[in-house]
Design a protein. Structure first.
Length: 277
């Protein structure tokens, strides 16, 4: 089917006789090896996309169910009606009913108001392993206590993974504020804090440190959480351990406001400590 190259022209019939076999082979190859694979790829891709949507939707459904179960059990335990909540929080009765029936999910602001009204926390209301067991609300854990996540600040992971939980009286907590607990793992803050002391910290939602204090913070210069004292200066922040002879050899360091904003993430202020005696 190959023709010797010459300067002579050929007729259309001769051209088709030479070219058509190539086209036939090309079409056969596409039909046998390519088209079926392309169709299979698009079918699989569409199926995967649909599965992703279904999983996302299932997560939302599960969130609504968890909240509804916790809310119903808590209302029953406290002898509070849905109408009480609607009237006191100035919400529509239908909206509250939808929450208890897992039809809708409240906004972050509504969750905060709901938790405050019920003398609990947002974490407690939305946690599938919260105060609720097979028999309902756990009476031994008072409704005036909140379940706080305990983290390992010695971990190099920058994502919060709770390793345990502790119950804390709500009198130490502010509604709509996030809290964590951790055990001191180094000597940076001696003699005020010893290794093994358990510290309760509150998350600064606006990331603004406005007063001197002991803070749990992540600074990009270090590979883990840092529990350290921060002094607020006119033109920046002085980050300093209380123990300058610490085993990590961390010394006081000054940050301008811009440097600190670029370096620091997830600042939490210490508000309470339980000494390891």
């Amino acid at each position: 089917m190959l023709r010797k190259c010459t300067d002579e022209d050929i007729s259309d019939e001769e051209c088709e006789k030479v070219i058509n076999p190539f086209y036939d082979n090309y079409d056969s190859y596409l039909e046998e090896y390519v088209v079926s694979e392309v169709i299979a790829f698009y079918i699989a891709s569409s199926f995967y996309f649909i599965m992703i949507l279904e999983v996302a939707n299932m997560n939302k459904i599960e969130m609504r169910k968890v909240l509804a179960n916790n809310l119903v059990a808590l209302l029953d335990y406290k002898k509070i009606s849905r109408k009480n909540i609607a009237d006191d929080l100035k919400l529509s009765y239908t909206k509250v009913c939808d929450w208890t029936r897992a039809r809708t999910y409240p906004s972050d602001i509504e969750l905060g108001k709901l938790a405050n009204y019920l003398e609990t926390t947002v974490e407690q209301l939305t946690d599938g392993n919260s105060l609720i067991n097979d028999s309902g609300f756990e009476p031994e854990q008072s409704s005036k206590k909140a379940k706080i996540s305990v983290i390992d600040i010695g971990s190099e992971e920058w994502i919060i993974h709770p390793v345990d939980y502790e119950w804390v009286s709500t009198k130490y907590l502010t509604p709509e504020t996030g809290y964590l607990m951790f055990d001191v793992v180094d000597d940076l803050m001696k003699p005020k804090y010893d290794i093994g002391d358990t510290v309760l910290v509150e998350f600064l939602n606006n990331k603004s440190i406005k007063e001197d204090g002991d803070y749990l913070v992540k600074l990009k210069e270090y590979d883990s959480w840092l529990f350290i004292h921060i002094y607020v200066k006119k033109d920046g922040y002085l980050v300093a351990p209380l123990n300058n002879n610490n085993s990590k050899s961390i010394l006081p360091r000054f940050y301008t406001k811009k440097e600190f904003t670029e370096s620091a993430t997830q600042p939490h202020k210490a508000i309470r400590v339980s000494k390891n005696i």
